[in-house]
Design a protein around this ligand. Sequence first.
Ligand code: DON
Length: 560
Amino acid sequence: MANHSKLLVGALLCLFAGVSHAQAPGEAAIASPHPQATAAGREILQQGGNAFDAAIAVSAALAVVEPYGSGLGGGGFYLLRQAGEPVRYQFLDARERAPQKARADLYLKDGKLQPGLSINGPLAAAIPGVPAALVELAEHYGKLPLKNSLAPAIRLANQGFAVDRVYRERAIARLAALRDDPESARLFLHDGEVPAEGAVLRQPELAATLTQLGNQGRAGFYTGPVAKALVKGVQAAGGIWSLQDLADYKVATRAPLRFALVNQRELISAPPPSAGGVALAQSLGMLQQLPWREADPVQRVHYVIESLRRAYRDRGLLGDPDYVSNPVAQLLAPDYLKSLVTSFDPRQATPSAGLPPAPPWREGNHTTHFAILDEQGNAVAATLSVNLPFGSAFSAPGTGVVLNNEMDDFAADPNGSNSYGLAASPANAVAGGKRPLSSMSPSFIESPTQFAAFGTPGGSRIPSMVLLSMLQYLDGKPVSTWPAVPRYHHQYLPDVVEYEPGAFTQKQIDDLRLRGYPLKQTSRPYGNQQVLFWHKDTAKVEAASDPRGLGVSEVFRTAQ
Ligand code: DON
């Protein structure tokens, strides 16, 4: 090799070594929405488990202490970072699937939506994915046996946990539906009332189901006695699940959505059937063409809202990639993002009704989130859900499992909108075996010197919340502010800016009104973001939990 080309190779290798930053953080971190879940994850890391084993422990503990948010009866997305050379990213899609008998008109009678059917009771429930994800994590990513990683949750379910403020809020919100289902009332209420704060809630049936899962893997939930009890309970109450639906359920391992940002950063996020990653990439793709960082606060809000408006408009094109073709590449193309920015008015709101409909390329309140980093640099960001608090509020007798109402994330009413006011779209029509479109957006931003993880529950507001946290990060703000930052939201339709109490000053509200923004304050703060930050160059790790919730984040070294 000629000398100059040797030099070139050397320089390239140096550059590559600089970029790869294979070093490990040397510290572990967990940010989860519940102290008992953080403790469960820590216990498993201390036992020699990796981030993926700890993700099993945290998911299962959350199923016990946040039965309103996620659980074995629900689904979710796990975004994984596997340390190594090169680093690998995976996206485990454990979204629920519609049972085979589901049709586009499942919730209609004479063309009219039957209110409540996609919300309460077993007809609202799709086939759960979380149990399959836990098995997948243990078999393909973890170091410990599944049963080991489930042990803290089993203990917690048997011994009980103290009912907290958030449990009470969620149960009060769903009290009528919980009372309507005798098994849910037995499991989650005391004498038909929401248990007092501090009352101990034991869940021996859930402990037994978790034990079966730990001992038998998939067969412990998707075939065998638990599956039989689930199907029997669902059918007896008017649902349409079959044993075959359960036996057929599989986690889909998908390539994460990846989008290059400026300054050697990359967004790694949720691909369809989440609409969240696309919305984040589009919003960041628009914002990075604009001087948002230097803008005054109102002008910055203007840029963010106009980006969100356009990104949420395009949501209507997306659906389950196993059923529809998603125009992701077109939606993220530089020329397209440039054309979206060109349509911004520099000062005034663009009425959503004035925007052309999404381009025709296609032919055809509750949830949870946590993040884990281990000392080797393996990481997980996971958003898990049963959809609304306590899902369908239907529990299959004897299983301890409350079923999701994720079917409402489909376009249950093809001419209307769902619980989050999201407009219906043909790509998201109900079909047997299909996964409903989601907003859940577990995400990383990684560069040669930094790694950051984001995510939150919150239905249609998830992508806007994650975006606001990412902007804090990109603006160099302290990690504690990423989840704390005051929130506002726009989702194209309805054409209104929602904002948390206190998010804007009166002057900002007046200025935004003058720009043509209809504004609506939310009744209370929303979201529950959990974030991590690893400075690869200094090996410093930070984590933060949303001050709105009960979450606990920890950075620690294990004895390993
Ligand atoms: O997948 C979705 O988009 C919804 N099922 C998430 C629901 C949710 O985050 C409710 N949280 N408060």
